[in-house]
Each structure stands twice: as structure tokens, then as C-alpha cells.
Design a protein around this ligand. Structure first.
Ligand code: F6R
Length: 242
């Protein structure tokens, strides 16, 4: 695992975006794995800026997102589909048919299977990840099997609490379940770029980098991946030097 520490969230976003811009400029039909949440927002802003400055084109890129809430359709303001449209897709030249997210509506088991079938037929060149304060990646909560594929998961209480800020801070509005790529899907990406900022991520980052490889801390599986870069701000990196 390569670790890089940045002075600010903005610099971190620029640093992460550079990996994706360089890849797409080398391979115009790259397949990108994307994440939602606060962590990638600056990265997406930098990708949008680079596109507007004609430094990159996403016209031939395909994307696969990590997860979606069960029960939220594409029109819901807090669905991950909407998040991606608002924070990235509608601002760049990606083709809508090249965008892939699991569907939160309908038969959940079938939706998991359909998404997993799509993933099985592709190879993700670069996967962007955030990390939960409990060490989850995508919505693979602690205890998820390392060999898991796309599945439906019940979100843990702390994840629901962490995400309440997107739902008027009302815990009752936060969906309780999500469809998520499994850990085995994530590990198949050729390269992984994980970003984290803020002190509430410091313990999870410490355990991911220095702790045992255990299903109790899902992100620790990344120690087994040959090509992971971890981009942090100083607060998220704070425990690594102890
Ligand atoms: C989002 C996702 C989650 C988030 C994680 C951190 O697609 O898969 O694992 O990356 O919950 O969320 P933020 O970035 O909001 O702190």
C-alpha cells in the first residue's frame, strides 16, 4: 500500500483526480469504479474542472458505482444515482449508457445478480474508494465475508448515523439497507485509489494499514491487493506515525 498525505481536502481531491485523468488520457475507454459520499466530492470537482479545461474527455469511459440504497429510485434526491449525476456525470461528456449503478428498486436479489453479472463481464481499471469510520468499503460492513460478491446488506447503526447528514439529520429517513459490490468484486480492480479525510477516519485508516487482515475491518483486505494508493489528509493520517 502506498500512502500519500496532503495538506488540505482540496489538495487531496486534486491528487486523487490526477490518477483518473492520467489513466483516461492514456486509455480513453478506461473502466472506472466510482464511489459516493463526502470523500470523493473534491475529486469529482477536479475531474469536472479538467474536462472544462479540455484536459480530459470521458466520452469513451465506462463507470460502475459501488452501491445504491434499497428503496430509493433514480429520481430520489439522495439516491446515489442522483448524487453521481449532480456531482459528476451531468457536468462531463460521459455517455449516459456508459453509466452503471445497481438498481435500488424492484427485486433486490435479482438486482444484485444482474449487477454482479455486469461486473463479471468487465474489468475495472481504477476503483475509487472512501472508507467508513467502522472500516467499511462500499457498504461491506464489518463481518462481511472477504469472498462476497454483490449483495444486499443491512447498514450498521453507526453507518446510518454517519449518513443521516444527507437526510435532514433524521435517522428515520436514512435507508436501512443497500446493494453493494462485494469485497471480492472490489479486489478485482486493477488499481485502487482510496481517499479519506478528517479525524473520524483516523482509527479506521490505522487499522486498515497496520492492523491484522480481518473481516472485522473490511478495508484491511486491501493489504492483499497489489496496487493500492491511499490518499489522506493529515487528520486521517494522524495515527499512522504512532
Ligand atoms: C459510498 C461508499 C461508502 C463511503 C463511506 C465513506 O459509495 O461506498 O463506503 O465511501 O461510507 O463515506 P463519506 O465519504 O461520506 O465519509
Amino acid at each position: 500500500m502506498e500512502i500519500k498525505v496532503f495538506e488540505s481536502k482540496k489538495e487531496l481531491g486534486k491528487g486523487a483526480a490526477k490518477y483518473f485523468i492520467d489513466l483516461v488520457n492514456q486509455k480513453s475507454d478506461a473502466v472506472l469504479g466510482l464511489a459516493t459520499g463526502s470523500s470523493p466530492e473534491n475529486t469529482y470537482l477536479e475531474l469536472i474542472n479538467a474536462y472544462k479545461e479540455n484536459k480530459v474527455s470521458f466520452a469513451n469511459v465506462k463507470t460502475y458505482n459501488l452501491d445504491e440504497y434499497v428503496g430509493l429510485d433514480t429520481n430520489h434526491p439522495q439516491s446515489y444515482y442522483t448524487f453521481m449525476q449532480e456531482n459528476l456525470f451531468k457536468h462531463i461528456d460521459i455517455k449516459q449508457e456508459n453509466i452503471n449503478l445497481p438498481s435500488g428498486i424492484g427485486d433486490t436479489q435479482l438486482n444484485c445478480q444482474l449487477y454482479n453479472d455486469k461486473l463479471a463481464q468487465t474489468e475495472i481499471d481504477m476503483q475509487l474508494l472512501g472508507i467508513g469510520s467502522n472500516g467499511h468499503i462500499a457498504f461491506n460492513e464489518p463481518g462481511t465475508a472477504f469472498d462476497s460478491i454483490t449483495h444486499c446488506i443491512e447498514l450498521q447503526k453507526n453507518t446510518v448515523a454517519d449518513n443521516a447528514r444527507f437526510f435532514d439529520n433524521d435517522l428515520t429517513k436514512v435507508p436501512t439497507h443497500a446493494l453493494t459490490m462485494g469485497l471480492s468484486n472490489i479486489m478485482q480492480a486493477k488499481q485502487i485509489v482510496l481517499i479519506a479525510y478528517g479525524k473520524n477516519k483516523a482509527q479506521a485508516i490505522y487499522e486498515m494499514v497496520k492492523g491484522p487482515i480481518t473481516e472485522a475491518l473490511p478495508a484491511s483486505i486491501l493489504q492483499n491487493h497489489p496496487n493500492v494508493v491511499v490518499l489522506l489528509d493529515e487528520e486521517a493520517a494522524a495515527l499512522l506515525n504512532d
